[in-house]
Write a protein that binds this ligand. Structure first.
Ligand SMILES: [Cu+2]
Length: 400
């Protein structure tokens, strides 16, 4: 087994945001083969927006039932845009570890957070069917067998005023991939590794609604291509000698992208519910001559605070990514699936279980620790791609 390294200076694995994988958890494999993801995302957006007017519905309910039921409408809850720290919505934040945008800060408040993500992939799929190495090797010289992607993220947030918060996010990524190569009649293993700092994301979050029990946050931002997207193999490499590595082994996407999201959260005494729609729109090709596909991500999650300082959550994440537009013409498309731009993008649904620990006494109120574990429910991907087995996310933050 030969191992070769590519150590990059700046870098980021764009495919951590490419929602792509397959599962062998067939007992929970939902069959949505006729599901049109774009239609789904349109519906999801409409649902999120419709969710934002429960106060009207509830007011009507209250008027209809006022004689019978003493129920408070959401619009009657105090507006917390001027709240003190102890009473803020954000101070009992049950947001799962994998959800990035869920709150704005008070004026002058800082938050620093560290998030770790690890995705493990094994085997290959074509569309929504698992396929064996033999099948892949009938079309390519090599096939991915196992992949481990780790990402470290540092995030900084600052409250400009009670409704507007700015955010910066920095990445360090490492990718490890084991492959099987075909050389004549013989097969041999091969590993590749890339690591380095990644793209940088800057965002502005605005709370359209910031009440004690309901929040609606819109976010718009920019992906700054600080990650390497021109990593090459070593001169002695068997597959990419002095040649550029496939799209998925690069650490950055090389493009300035527009990030948007809309998040709606309702919080009851112990239950909270949230839906969120995220998108990454890529406008121009990078200097190599391609751009990754646009991406859409829809999250629904619910959390239950069964003790004051601990909550558990269930989250469903639906992803849709388009194919790569144009291509890196230096990549020989028959080498391996990852070198062929047709093997990128698709639809996937993942299920996550999470825990949040947030002690609310004194200085500890400023700390937040959360972990989430994800399993794939469904995937239908373009071409041949590796199968997601699990996703682990750990997040901690501190406010000051
Ligand atoms: Cu924050």
């Amino acid at each position: 087994m030969s191992i070769w390294y590519v150590e990059s200076v700046p870098g980021f694995a764009p495919k951590l945001f490419c929602p792509i994988q397959y599962t062998d958890y067939s007992f929970i494999n939902l069959q949505f083969s006729n599901l049109n993801m774009l239609k789904f995302i349109r519906v999801a957006l409409i649902c999120t927006l419709l969710n934002t007017i429960p106060s009207k519905a509830e007011n009507k309910y209250n008027i209809d039932n006022s004689a019978k039921i003493q129920q408070k409408s959401l619009s009657e809850y105090p507006d917390t845009s001027q709240c003190d720290m102890e009473n803020c919505f954000c101070d009992s934040d049950p947001t799962p570890a994998g959800v990035m945008i869920s709150h704005v800060h008070n004026k002058g408040e800082w938050m620093v957070s560290y998030r770790f993500m690890q995705m493990k992939m094994q085997g290959n799929s074509m569309g929504n069917q698992a396929i064996d190495n033999k099948m892949v090797l009938s079309q390519y010289l090599a096939t991915g067998e196992y992949m481990n992607m780790k990402m470290h993220m540092m995030m900084l947030m600052y409250g400009i005023n009670e409704r507007l918060t700015i955010m910066g996010m920095f990445h360090y990524t490492s990718n490890y991939m084991e492959m099987l190569m075909k050389q004549g009649d013989r097969e041999h293993s091969h590993a590749m590794k890339t690591s380095g700092t990644g793209d940088t994301k800057l965002s502005a979050l605005y709370a359209l609604i910031k009440k004690e029990r309901v929040q609606l946050i819109v976010n718009t931002g920019l992906n700054i291509p600080t990650g390497a997207y021109n990593l090459k193999g070593s001169p002695l490499d068997g597959m990419y000698p002095n040649a550029r590595l496939p799209y998925s082994m690069q650490l950055g996407c090389g493009t300035w992208d527009i990030l948007t999201s809309i998040t709606y959260i309702i919080k009851q005494e112990k239950f909270s519910f949230s839906s969120q729609l995220n998108s990454i729109l890529r406008i121009k090709n990078n200097l190599v001559g391609y751009r990754l596909g646009n991406e859409f991500n829809f999250n629904v999650w619910s959390a239950y605070n069964w003790l004051p300082f601990i909550s558990n959550s269930v989250r469903i994440e639906a992803n849709y990514a388009e194919q790569i537009k144009n291509s890196d013409s230096s990549l020989p498309v028959y080498t391996e699936p990852a070198a062929n731009k047709n093997n990128y993008g698709g639809k996937a649904i993942n299920l996550y279980f999470g825990t949040v620990i947030h002690l609310k006494k004194g200085i500890l109120n400023r700390f937040y620790v959360a972990a989430e574990f994800g399993l794939p429910l469904y995937q239908n991907l373009n071409g041949i791609q590796m199968i997601l087995k699990q996703n682990l996310i750990i997040n901690s933050s501190f406010k000051f």
